[in-house]
Ligand binder design. Sequence first.
Ligand SMILES: [Zn+2]
Length: 123
Amino acid sequence: MNITKLIQAAVNESKKSDLTEWQIGAVLVKNGKIVGRGHNRNSWKSERLSKQFGFPLWSLHAEMDAVLSADFGGNILFVAGRKKKNGNLIDCKPCLKCQKVLKAFGVTTVYYQNRDEIQLMEL
Ligand SMILES: [Zn+2]
C-alpha cells in the first residue's frame, strides 16, 4: 500500500468538490485497492442518515461521501484537501461526526493530510 499515492488520489478527488473555499477529497481502501471515492458537497442532505446518527447532515463531508459511494466496505480511509484559491494543502483531520460515521461503516484507520505531513488516526 503506497500511502503517498493514495493521499494523492484523495487530493485529485478533492478537485471535484463544488465548494469554493475548502475542497476535500477522500478515498476508501480495502486490500490495497480503492473501493470508494468522495468529496465534500454543498448540495446534499440525507434524512435517513441524520436520523440514524442523531445529527443533521445538511452537507456532505468527503469522508462520508467516500464510504457511502462504496459498494463494499473498506477499512482504511485517506483524506486530503486544498484551498481552491491557491491549491495549498490544508489540515484534514476528520471531524467528530465523520469519525462516528466512519466507525459505523467499519473504517478502522484514517490517513489524513495535515499541511505538509500525513497523520495516522486509529478509530
Ligand atoms: Zn467531517
